[in-house]
Write a protein that binds this ligand. Sequence first.
Ligand code: NAD
Ligand code: MG
Length: 496
Amino acid sequence: MTGSNLLVDVKLSNGKTIQVQTGLFINNEFVVGDYTLDTVNPATGEVITAVQAADTPKVDEAVDAAENAYQTVWKDTLPTERQRLMLRLADLIERDAEELAQIETLDNGKPFTNSKFVDVPALLGTLRYYAGFADKLYGKLINTQVGTSLVDREPYGVCAGILPWNFPLSMLGWKLGPALVTGNVIIIKTSEITPLSALKVAALAKEAGFAPGVIQIITGYGKTAGTALSRHMRVSKLAFTGSTMVGREIMKASADTNLKKVTLELGGKSPNIIFNDADIDQAVKFAHRGIYYNQGQICCAGSRIYVQEGVYDQFVKGLQAAATTGKSGDPFDLTTMHGPLVSQMQFDRVMDYIESGKAEGAHVHTGGKRVGDKGYFIEPTIFTDVKPEMKIVKEEIFGPVAVVTKFKDEDDVVRLANDTVYGLASAVFTKDIDRALTVAKRIQAGTVWVNGYNLLENETPFGGYGQSGIGRENGEMGLDNYLQYKTIKINLNVKL
Ligand code: NAD
Ligand code: MG
């Protein structure tokens, strides 16, 4: 079974039939794997299809192909040609945006409007953004006592990216963009929960004209494909996005093997702070987006909301109204705002957290229940009367659950906001510029939004303080992850 046999027809809830690719994409071919796994439609709980998955043999095969591609083709491909290919891929993604969005919604459950108008544009936007750097990557020349030093920047060669299930397409862009433009080849391991959309991108990469082995897409469980990649002696750099727990495993794997360079983009429990003088209407809308967008399955979700005493009642009322207005249901229905959680496991995790919140004495202000009787839908939930030591305040829930706390003043809220092992994101809502900047400087987090939330852009670095990760993705800084410095020192002055 190869090639077209791995293309499977799937019927969508809107009556349309689409084809999905189920092979591993190795050396520009879709191939049979070491085993298969089932991927599920979270809106129904039904299996969509079996997909091919990798263990060590197929990972080795991909690494062989990657090495070959790097040595024989990509290393010597002109930057402008790399750029042309990346832009061509972005154009093809744009051409097939509808189909890609359908696949993403089917496999992940996120509303189709989000897949089509946010995730697909994010992927092609990141490719275009990074393609622009192709002919703008320079080294440095430093004159010293010894003479002249040329500081060059070189690719690592074979890189890998391990992706989560919450944003399969945009996270693909975050890895492909900087890796390819800097002259690396890359093997992507998608989440076993959402393997399908990246395989469509793989077909487009082939159509765009990327040589075999430059971009390879495999899936498989963390314990098989993930471990094989993270422990591989010939993978030189690994970018991971996912849970803090697995991030630790990735670091250990690197330490135990070849000390591959690792960047980690992990979890969070991000504070969203609303002061008395904020534009409350905007604060409510952004807080809603901050915690309920993508069903709360976002690493930077504004899951801890802190509201100053003077506007607490008004804010909570507004958030409750917003939380209960958006429609949950079939993600292909264009009026749906909230899709299902991604899997039975994630549904159970989130429901367990909701139960733990109740058991610890927090008040379910809104939501807290399952929606419908099939699929993994949970109501947008607000907890009030929470205490800093509660599990729902301390731990990342990764679901549509906000915990809201009242605060007195700036010192009070900065202390509460920083009371976390994480440090991915945060926000402050106020009209006072001094306060906005002061609080932004005092918060221990990689991103602080002022009067906004979940506003992510290609141009600016993103990543975590503390246990939210190591390194930064996006922006010019994101290139650094894929380049190593080489100093060529020319001795002009020292004679022995
Ligand atoms: P995860 O960290 O378990 O998985 C992320 C990726 O790592 C997947 O591709 C998985 O197959 C792979 N993986 C798992 N174990 C591995 C191992 N030992 N070695 C190498 N790779 C391995 O995340 P998940 O199961 O998808 O979700 C669990 C929790 O992680 C969520 O509830 C949430 O708290 C968090 N999460 C965070 C993000 C984020 O963007 N920061 C994304 C997804 C999940
Ligand atoms: Mg799925």
